[in-house]
Structure formats: C-alpha cells, structure tokens
Design a protein around this ligand. Structure first.
Ligand code: FEO
Length: 395
C-alpha cells in the first residue's frame, strides 16, 4: 500500500499480508502486517525487513522515499523469518558489505539461518549508534520473542521500535491506535500476547521495570506487526504487565470434543450450572473454536475444565493437541477439572489429569466420567461437579 510517514523523517515501509489465515498454527483471521521502518538521517537506516516473498513490495515502498542503494545501516531487531527472511535480498540490493546491527544472539542466529557472510555488527545491551542528529539505543529483550530479540529506541523522537512485543496480527489500512476501535485492537493485542508471549510473562514484568528504571520516555511504540501505539503507549505497556500477572477472573472455560454428543451434553450442563453459580462460563468445542482463540480466553480464566470422550483407550486427538499447545505456553494460577463420556475403559479423565499435574494446575475434583449417554443422574452429576468447581473459584 506504500510507505506511511509516522514522524518527521521516519516511515513505515512494511507490507500488509491480507490473506494469511494460519501463522504457524495461530489463526490470523484478520491477516497481519510485517512492519519495517526507514529513518532518513545522515545515515539512512532501515529497521527490520519482511517475509522473503514480500521483499519486492518492501523495496518498492523504500523507493518511494529514497533509492534503496542509499541505505547505510540495517538494524535487525529479531531473527525470525517474518522479519529477516527478506534480509539477504535487501542486502544484495543495497550492498552486502553494509553493516547489519543486531544483538549478540542475533549475530549467531542470523548466521545460522543464512549461512552467508553479511557484515553483522553485534551491539551491546544499552549500546548506542549515532546516525546523524538522532542516536539509537539498543535494548536486549531476550525471549521476547526469541533469544536474539532486541528493541531499538530513537532518542529525540522518543520512539520505541519493539519488534514482536506489543504487536497484533491485524491487517488494515489503519496505521495508528487512534484510527481504530480500541476494543478491537486490544483484543488482537491480547490474543497475540496469549499465543506468542504468555510463557515469557515473568520476563515481561522485569523488562517493563528495566525500561522504567532507565527513564526512557516513550511517545510512540512501533511494533513489527499491526498498528502503531501513539495515542497512549502506556496503555499497551500496562496491559502487558496486567496480562503477565495472569490474575484470574471469576471465569471458567469448558473445553471439549465429542464423538456422539455425550461429552458435549456434559459440557453444556457443566457450563450452564457454572453460569447459574455466577461464573462467567463458556463452552468451547475444540473442532469449532480455534486453539489460538481458546488460549486467548485461558489468559484471565480461573478454571480450565476439559472434557474428552475415551477413544482407543486414550484422550481424543484434538484434546491431546490442545493440551500440548497449552502446556508449551505455561499458563499459571489455574484450577482445573476433567470430565468425559466413555464406553468400557474410560482413561480420558485420568490422562487429562496427568497433563493438569504437569502444568501445575490445582485439580479441584478427581474427575467426572459418565458411561455412554448421560441420563438424568448423569446430568445431576455434571451439575454437582460444576457447583464444586464454582465454589473453588475465588470470588
Ligand atoms: Fe514476528 Fe517472532 O516473529
């Protein structure tokens, strides 16, 4: 769509990926963007590139501001391929001997990805680079999102280029947070946090403390995905701190799959009863709700209740896949319980409980199994099960 001026002499030259719907397993139903930023100073500087298949569009955007061959410096804030996949072609275009500034881990990781000798210049945490009237400061932000990740702060303009952090998988013609519905964009930011950064929550709290100690004044946050925060950058920073703390609400999600609707009948009876007990409850069928949308709900949920039929002496495959995904993201401060219909062996509840134990969840009921089809007695058992969970959720 062409470059966007974000401040005097600073442009977003990135691209919009309108139709991506699956970002390595994350459902990007709104598409995404790969933002890259051009700073026109005595040393013309490009911050990050884009996915390899979008390089022509990136170069075309840059060309509308300046001949790409005139770029002096490239900053790589993050090695993952959605931001550095285009780097070799960009360097080929602008001159392979030009410096690529990156973190020390970025130096290693870029070399491991491209196996070619670009002029990587590792920078220190807190290191500075003068590019003319502006000075850039680099901040290591290990594991946000990879070990190589760093932020680049532009003194004077008070702009933080934050790579993945504070991003959203959202594609649109809007560029800034004041051009878009607040509730919508915060939902995208929250989903991004829950699915990309949740397991690094303790590091996020420390990072925000570090940035506060450094006294960095931030007037604009420019992530590598989605819109730019300029209306009130502290809003997204505060949201990250709140999400990192994972303070549970009086909320429960009943995550299930079903073969002949028996486990579904149980799920609905459990959710209905939780709601009657004053819990914000939601049944979510695993083959109808995407796992990345379910994890977004997990973020502030007190109770995770999982139901699976027993299939071939095991849990249903979709349940296994979801549990694997959730275990990797390490949600904290959850109570949990398992349920499910079975025919003759009924191992599913026990297997789910073993996953809950691995995740350190507080199991508040040994689990509820109903043989074949829940009758009146089975439904009453679901209601008692739900009441027990509701009473275990802090008010
Ligand atoms: Fe947007 Fe970790 O890459």
């Amino acid at each position: 769509m062409g470059p966007t001026k974000i401040a005097e002499g600073i442009y977003n030259v990135g691209v919009i990926d309108w139709n991506i719907r699956d970002f390595h397993g994350y459902s990007t139903w709104s598409g995404t963007t790969y933002n890259a930023y051009l700073i026109m100073d005595e040393k013309i500087t490009l911050i990050d590139t884009v996915k390899r298949e979008f390089v022509d569009e990136l170069l075309n955007n840059i060309s509308q501001i300046v001949d790409p061959k005139k770029i002096d410096y490239v900053i790589s804030n993050h090695t993952e391929m959605d931001h550095s996949g285009g780097l070799p072609r960009v360097m080929h275009k602008i001159g392979e001997g030009k410096p690529v500034y990156c973190s020390k881990m970025g130096n290693k990781n870029l070399a491991d990805h491209f196996r070619q000798g670009l002029n990587y210049q590792p920078v220190e945490n807190g290191g500075e680079l003068k590019i003319g009237k502006r000075t850039l400061t680099f901040l290591e932000t290990r594991m946000l999102h990879w070990p190589d990740s760093m932020f680049t702060y532009v003194n004077g303009d008070k702009i933080l280029f934050s790579s993945d952090a504070f991003g959203q998988h959202y594609a649109g013609y809007e560029n800034f947070d004041d051009e878009i519905d607040d509730h919508d964009i915060m939902h995208h930011a929250r989903k991004y946090f829950a699915n990309i950064l949740l397991l690094y929550s303790p590091l996020i709290v420390k990072l925000v403390e570090k940035v506060t100690e450094m006294g960095l004044q931030i007037e604009m946050i420019c992530p590598d995905h989605g819109i730019i925060w300029r209306k009130d950058p502290s809003k997204i920073i505060n949201a990250y701190v709140e999400w990192s703390k994972q303070v549970p609400k009086r909320k429960a999600i009943v995550i299930y799959d079903t073969m002949w609707r028996s486990t579904e009948t149980m799920a609905k009876a459990i959710a209905d009863t939780l709601a009657l007990e004053g819990v914000d409850a939601k049944p979510m069928h695993l083959r109808r709700c995407h796992k990345s949308d379910i994890i977004t709900e997990v973020l502030d949920t007190a109770a995770i209740i999982i139901g699976s039929p027993t299939l071939n002496n095991h849990i249903f495959p979709s349940i296994g896949s979801f549990l694997t995904y959730m275990e990797g993201l390490k949600p904290a401060k959850k109570i949990a319980a398992a349920f499910g219909s079975y025919g003759w062996s009924g191992e599913a509840v026990k297997t789910i409980n073993s996953h809950f134990e691995t995740m350190g969840f507080d199991i508040v009921d040994p689990g509820l199994r109903v043989k074949y089809v829940p009758d009146k007695t089975g439904i009453e058992a679901c209601q008692e099960f739900a009441k027990k969970i509701a009473h275990a959720i802090p008010a």
